[in-house]
Design a protein around this ligand. Structure first.
Ligand code: GDP
Ligand code: IMO
Ligand code: MG
Length: 429
């Protein structure tokens, strides 16, 4: 099986975009299968920096790029992103880009509701990206969504719009907001419809054809396992399943198509938004990690919370997602630290745990048990081969793979595409 599924194994921002871009030149198709424009994937190629939220990271290499049915699609955000990338010289057309016609849309009313809820929640807020992701997934599951294929039949949408507006008008009234301006919504949809429809097709069909022809498919996950709506730090999660299994259901291929599961793992831990974070460092060390790693959100510009590597969480993510091998990223950020720590277990009310418990109160209360290692004096930044790594950095990598019970397939040592060490080829294994 030559396909590869890339997923984040922490709380997102592990460097998925960089790795997908690096692998994309060897793939025949790159597919996004969940999430929406809450994602922010940064690619650095020479002097150029590309920031992608909705488009698969394969688009920059010109690889066939597909948005699967599991994604929630904001048509206006899509248009803006395509226009921005076009000014950067990226070619995007109906030949190299397709959108599943059964993809649900994110509408302005979803963004409204996301904002109203977060505002009303005060200190209890999730800290969402404000893109309307949660409300759009709720409408999909609630069978009220407007989908890409509906854009070709806007005049026959009355019953669906009745259902959607009745639901939202009741919620909006609760927040003291006016009802949905239905005429304005239909007018906006009519305006954007031709733009989206030029890319729309039953992508499951195209992907199955590609698969049968023996082509290599690269699935690009967004967010990370700890933000998964089932397995993550609920309720401080996103509203989709971010685990590897979603690659199949979110694109229209069977579970036997997802191939090598490549978990992207940052050499330390970060998180944006609210929620538990056992190894968080609110001191000078955390500050140093954030500064060295430029830990600011791509989408919202928010400062990311930083902490030591948590092997318990990553081991759990790898098990839940059936990770075959990991790409360890941002190792260079640890260059120059005299000592580095790894969390190997938790203490909870006198008991030692080797897993992250499900209840939010327990998750907030666990105390990390650390193992301390010497740092390295040499530099890993820009290393492109194993031989370029200081011996102590290799020890750190080896200890990580031992603790997470999953081998390292790639190591990334800078934001730049080519600063990547291949240990085990995911397309071959
Ligand atoms: P994603 O959401 O998983 O794609 O990750 P983001 O792009 O949001 O965040 C990762 C950030 O780290 C981006 O700014 C990347 O350019 C950068 N990055 C990726 N890999 C490395 C690496 O190995 N070293 C360093 N220093 N930066 C990296
Ligand atoms: P990438 O793909 C990091 C977080 C938000 C918030 C929670 C819910 O770049 O790794 P949502 O808007 O999805 O309802 O927000 O999820 N979040 C991310 N954090 N990286 C992401 O994507 C994220 N997408 C959502 O900060 O805590
Ligand atoms: Mg990101």
């Amino acid at each position: 099986m030559a396909n590869v599924t890339v997923i984040g194994a922490q709380w997102g921002d592990e460097g998925k975009g960089k790795i997908v871009d690096w692998l994309a030149s060897r793939a025949d198709a790159v597919v996004r299968f969940q999430g929406g424009h809450n994602a922010g994937h940064t690619l650095v190629v020479g002097e150029q920096v590309y920031k992608l939220s909705l488009l698969p990271s394969g688009i920059v290499t010109g690889t066939l790029s597909i948005i699967g049915n599991g994604v929630v699609l904001d048509p206006w955000a899509l248009k803006a992103e395509i226009e921005k990338l076009t000014t950067q010289g990226v070619v995007i057309n109906a030949e190299n880009f397709a959108i599943a016609d059964n993809c649900p849309l994110i509408l302005p009313l979803h963004r409204d509701l996301d904002g109203l809820r977060e505002q009303a929640a005060g200190a209890g807020k999730i800290g969402t990206t404000g893109r309307g992701i949660g409300p759009a997934y709720e409408d999909k599951v609630g069978r009220r969504a407007i989908r890409v294929c509906d854009l070709a039949h806007l005049d026959a949408l009355d019953v669906q719009l009745d259902r959607l507006c009745a639901h939202h008008d009741a919620l909006r009234a609760g927040f003291g907001q006016p009802p949905v301006d239905r005429a304005a919504l239909v007018a906006e949809l009519k305006d954007i419809a031709p733009y989206v429809l030029q890319f729309a097709q039953p992508v499951w069909k195209r992907l199955n054809k590609v698969r049968k022809a023996g082509a290599r498919i690269l699935f690009e996950g967004a967010q990370g396992v700890l933000l998964d709506v089932d397995h993550g730090t609920y309720p401080f999660v996103t509203s989709s399943n971010t685990v590897s299994g979603t690659a199949a259901s979110g694109s229209g291929l069977g579970p036997n198509s997802t191939g090598f599961v490549l978990g992207i793992v940052k050499a330390y831990t970060t998180r944006v938004g609210s929620g538990p974070f056992p190894t968080e460092l609110e001191d000078a060390t955390g500050q140093r990690l954030g500064e060295r790693g430029h830990e600011f959100g791509t989408v919202t510009g928010r400062k990311r919370r930083c902490g030591w590597f948590d092997a318990v969480l990553v081991r759990q993510s790898c098990a839940i997602s059936g990770v075959t091998g990991i790409a360890l990223t941002k190792l260079d950020v640890l260059d120059g630290f005299e000592k580095v720590k790894i969390c190997t277990g938790y203490r909870l009310r006198g008991k030692v745990l080797d897993y992250f418990p499900s209840h939010a109160a327990d998750q907030a209360e666990v105390e990390p048990i650390y193992e301390e290692m010497d740092g390295w004096t040499g530099t890993t930044a820009g290393a492109r081969s194993w031989a370029d790594l200081p011996a102590q950095a290799i020890k750190y990598i080896q200890r990580v793979q031992e603790l997470i019970e999953t081998p390292v397939a790639l190591v990334s040592t800078s934001p730049e595409r080519e600063d990547t060490i291949l240990v085990r080829d995911p397309f071959v294994d």
